[in-house]
Write a protein that binds this ligand. Sequence first.
Ligand SMILES: Nc1ncnc2c1ncn2[C@@H]1O[C@H](COP(=O)(O)OP(=O)(O)OP(=O)(O)O)[C@@H](O)[C@H]1O
Length: 358
Amino acid sequence: MIIDTQPIHLNIEGIDVGYPGEKSGSWNHVVQGLSMHLDHGKIGCLLGPSGCGKSTVLRAICGFEPIQNGTITLDKQIVSSKDFSIAPEKRRVGVVFQDYALFPHLTNAENVAFGLRELSQKEALQKAEEWLERVGLNNVGARYPHELSGGQQQRVALARAMAPEPELLLLDEPFSNLDVDLRERLAGEVRDILKANGTTALLVTHDQFEAFAIADDVGVMVDGRLVQWDSAYNLYHRPATRFVADFVGYGVFVPGVTKPGPSVEIELGSLPLPQSSYGLPNEAVDVLLRADDIVHDDDSPLQAEVITKAFRGGDFLYTVELDSGQRLLTMVPSHHNHAIGEKIGIKLVADHVVTFSK
Ligand SMILES: Nc1ncnc2c1ncn2[C@@H]1O[C@H](COP(=O)(O)OP(=O)(O)OP(=O)(O)O)[C@@H](O)[C@H]1O
């Protein structure tokens, strides 16, 4: 007997997805050559700016949009290819939308029971109550969606999508209507619920903190292409492109020159370079310095002027300027409250050095 320990659940190979162009039969491709896969029980996320094609990928996985090239395979069965598409209702894919899309005239329990048509009404409502409890909502089944807060309504939507136990759950910006605090908390809770049920899920969002709070792996999309599919840690510390470095986390690029060793020399000193990032000696490169690579230290002889500051609760994100005019970002615990124009001590504590050719 062959036991498949790491079965790939969702496999997308080189898909092009577009909308009909002006000329008959032509397509404006908004997703191009996109490939990714998700193993059973994993949570993935497509992260990217507005309009990059994230929702179009989800719509193609659901079967709402045809694909013009490539294949989408769900549990080893091709569900979409250039000439073939399985109907959305036959794909066993659940979807949670940004606007909850709950039926206002149905109670919360009836909303959850809606997709359980193979059960008797009594059984469906009983299962709906179980799911409402599982998403942390007790005693709301008999009430209507408008009687709940936005976060609670989003949980009802989640219970409704999960109750039929779909093969794959797709979440399209599910938290974007919620305020920032609730967004991150609910994202963490949804992760726990998905993991407890072993549900494979793919989320799309433009909010990196939401992506990091929920996903095992995150893919960064730009202009219809997937530029890096990786763990949140690697996206932050080992970004594959300048776009990813810029889009994920806070940081600046400073000029540097590579040296044998290998190392890279920047205005603040010399940093060891991993062999894999080293090309030629004396090459002019840009070095990514994250806000956590620059540490505030009152005793440091290296001084920089505070240009801007943003309060983020536990920390301030300071933009500081060296005498040379080079600006840096530094994340500083918020009890170090310095005024704009003040000089503060900083030091460089870079761990993962990332360089990009000029
Ligand atoms: N039905 C449609 N017909 C034509 N073009 C469309 C259609 N839906 C989306 N598009 C275009 O496809 C591109 C990608 O849209 P999509 O909604 O997939 O992006 P997104 O990354 O999900 O954006 P957002 O984060 O703003 O929702 C956009 O340029 C959009 O204008």
